[in-house]
Design a protein around this ligand. Structure first.
Ligand code: BDR
Ligand code: CA
Length: 309
């Protein structure tokens, strides 16, 4: 099994990604760090614990990372994820707390002790991942890849040219893309196709497991809070694509290309500049998700929900 570290800002689609990762026989979740993004750090931490408690996986430790981007003000996405960052289902009060250790030490410890190279699955702004990479250059060789939800070869959802996670902390994203570690970039080109239809949401309700109830409840809220310019009433499970990309029978179609991030702060701040045509002559540093088999992906999500009775 591939050892993975989850890093995210739950987040409706983060919760789906967590569920998919925890259900997989091919992945072994070693721990989770949280970051400010969709909501404040306190909220994303509480939300990660809510999801893990709901799924009965409190063996996974949650550690708080960065409370704001490297060099910008935090801008939360409460228009999309609600005031708590995970609005919709009514969660019982949490009974566990985050582990009170430094998040870089937590990540480094897991990577150092692992016999196999560890994959980082980044589902929010890349602040934690960037700080971890900068402070642990000796561990880069032990990282199998960074599979991240973020960016787009074409377009954006938070600005005309930027996706939210990359826009939120463009400097951190630049560090990650330029790190030399293999990147799997699951951006909007594929994740905007990772949609669950209204009829399928009803089928998630019918699954009748704890996993199904959680995800269907989250989808009910999320379908009414999608971003402008996209297809309301269907829910994009963006972050789950970054997990699905690691699986052997993946629904994600990846293409090699060189990618870097615009940090100049103008109209294109946070744009993932993807050299689709190979015009820079630079060697590819990323596998970019350009397409997705939607029905296969949704089937995988439903199977994952079935596993949490
Ligand atoms: C990304 O932004 C967040 O709102 C989602 O959780 C996802 O990680 C999509 O642009
Ligand atoms: Ca997210």
């Amino acid at each position: 099994r591939i050892p993975i570290l989850l890093d995210g800002d739950p987040g409706h689609d983060d919760a789906m990604a967590m569920t998919l990762a925890l259900a997989s026989d091919e992945l072994e979740v070693k721990g989770m760090t949280v970051v400010a993004g969709n909501s404040t750090l306190q909220n994303t931490s509480t939300n990660a614990i809510r999801v893990l408690e709901w799924l009965g996986r409190t063996d996974i430790q949650v550690v708080k990372g960065a409370s704001q981007p490297l060099s910008r003000e935090l801008s939360i996405a409460d228009s999309v994820h609600g005031e708590s960052g995970l609005d919709g289902p009514v969660f019982p009060p949490i009974t566990h707390q985050s582990l009170d250790v430094n998040f870089c030490d937590f990540m480094a410890d897991i990577v150092r002790k692992s016999d196999e190279k560890v994959a980082i699955v980044a589902m929010g702004p890349l602040t934690n991942t960037a700080i971890f990479l900068l402070s642990n250059p000796d561990l880069h060789d032990k990282i199998r890849c960074i599979s991240l939800m973020g960016g787009a070869a074409i377009g954006g959802n938070w600005s005309p040219t930027a996706e939210f996670n990359i826009w939120e902390d463009a400097e951190a994203a630049r560090v990650v893309f330029d790190s030399g570690i293999p990147i799997i970039m699951c951006g909007l080109d594929a994740t905007n196709k990772a949609r669950v239809t209204a009829e399928e949401i009803e089928q998630f309700h019918q699954i009748g497991t704890k996993g199904g109830d959680l995800i269907a409840g989250l989808m009910d809220f999320f379908k009414d809070h999608d971003l402008p310019g996209t297809n309301f009433k269907e829910v994009p499970m963006h972050d789950a694509v970054a997990v699905a990309a690691l699986l052997s029978d993946t629904p994600v179609k990846l293409e090699d290309m060189y990618v870097t991030v615009d940090i100049d702060g103008g109209y294109t701040q946070g744009c993932t500049v993807c050299d689709i045509l190979g015009l820079t002559g630079k060697a590819p540093n990323a596998k970019v998700a350009m397409d997705l088999d939607r029905e296969k992906f949704v089937g995988m999500l439903a199977d994952a929900c079935r596993k949490f009775k």
